[in-house]
Write a protein that binds this ligand. Structure first.
Ligand SMILES: Nc1ncnc2c1ncn2[C@@H]1O[C@H](COP(=O)(O)OP(=O)(O)OP(=O)(O)O)[C@@H](O)[C@H]1O
Ligand SMILES: [Mg+2]
Length: 338
């Protein structure tokens, strides 16, 4: 996979702004914490996430399994109801009871591609039916116009010749072809914002670059804003303008791809980068992370990374840090930078 040079900040206008987003899932049992005894317990999957995305920009969301990446994507898209915070899409607030009309428009303008195309496509639908379904929901058009949209979406997704695919069923196609069909389905309604949740992690390594290039093309040529979710930092380098590192439901560091991946500032981001394989086969000295990931039902007080942080001091146990500019091109939530 060649390394692409990405503009850190494309000049497009902000299409989505997320402020203090929360998604808490209720869990069984009551709190045993003396100050909250008897209260309902929640799993804090996303707990105060803020970011903006411009048209034509790809923002990567990385972090260990269970840190809340997928929940962030699903909640931003309103596929899960937020527990709190604001989601401003093209200037209007979606988290506060949006009208049915603006919600329907949002459902067209914001789309998702999932990790597993075998699960995301209906096995009983032909390719033409799968790609055409969102079109018939969102556009009242004669069959011919709908067909033209299906063909155009499939061409854009690199499925040529289109006729060879239209009448086939998922079981007749490879994983890479199916993921392109899932992508064609998502872009068939001309979305301006796309969440791509681990879109290549189930695919053969040899076909990943093709799918990533396709997403990059959409961001550059169609000015689509993309939230690219992955735990694979090397693919982030390939397509992201900026990267956010999540830990236990919060963003620990966010900034330009080069800055965050090559010069991480937050102790957690440093540990994550050190643990990741480095391009070209070199490996940085591995920083050993102390302890295991805490339970998101009762996240640690103060900075939630303090239980594993080699730099933690007293304040970290008491006070939650907020994102602040720490270096050129990055913001870090860490008391070392206050
Ligand atoms: N529907 C749900 N109900 C209850 N808890 C959930 C639900 N969905 C996710 N969680 C929990 O929320 C936390 C965040 O999960 P999420 O799937 O967002 O993580 P992730 O970063 O996408 O992980 P992965 O890299 O494994 O995909 C986890 O602790 C998970 O168990
Ligand atoms: Mg996930």
């Amino acid at each position: 996979m060649n390394i692409a040079l990405n503009e850190p900040e494309p000049a497009g206008q902000v299409i989505i702004e997320v402020r203090g987003l929360r998604k808490w899932y209720p869990v069984s049992g009551r709190s045993k914490d003396p100050s909250r005894r008897g209260e309902r317990r929640y799993l804090h999957a996303v707990d105060g996430v803020s970011f903006t995305l411009r048209r034509g920009e790809v923002l990567g969301l990385a972090g260990e399994s269970g840190c809340g990446k997928s929940t962030t994507g699903m909640t931003v898209l309103q596929l899960h109801k937020p527990s709190g915070g604001e989601i401003l899409f093209d200037g209007s607030d979606l988290a506060a009871s949006p009208s049915a009309k603006s919600m329907k428009a949002f459902r067209r303008r914001a789309q998702i591609v999932f990790q597993n195309p075998y699960e995301s496509l209906n096995p009983r639908f032909t390719v033409a039916q799968s790609v055409g379904e969102p079109i018939s929901i969102h556009f009242r058009e004669p069959a011919e116009a709908r067909r033209a949209r299906v063909v155009r979406a499939m061409e854009r997704a690199g499925l040529a010749p289109v006729e060879a695919y239209l009448d086939r069923y998922p079981h007749q196609l490879s994983g890479g072809q199916l993921q392109r069909i899932a992508i064609a389905r998502a872009i068939s309604v001309e979305p301006e914002f796309l969440v791509a949740d681990e879109p290549v992690s189930m695919l053969d390594v040899s076909i990943r670059a093709g799918i990533l290039n396709l997403l990059k093309h959409f961001s550059r040529e169609m000015k689509m804003a993309i939230l690219y979710i992955s735990h694979d930092l090397s693919t982030m380098r390939h397509i992201c303008n900026r990267v956010a590192i999540m830990y236990l439901g919060r963003i620990a560091e966010i900034g330009s791809t080069d800055q965050v991946l090559d010069h991480p500032q937050h102790p957690y981001a440093k540990a994550l980068m050190a643990a990741a394989p480095v391009m070209g086969g070199r490996r940085r000295q591995r920083i050993q992370l102390e302890g295991s990931v805490p339970n998101p039902i009762d996240p640690p007080s103060g900075c939630r990374f303090h239980t594993r942080c080699p730099m933690a001091f007293d304040r970290c146990r008491k006070e939650e840090p907020v994102l602040r500019a720490a270096a050129a091109g990055s913001e870090v939530a860490c008391h070392l930078f206050d």
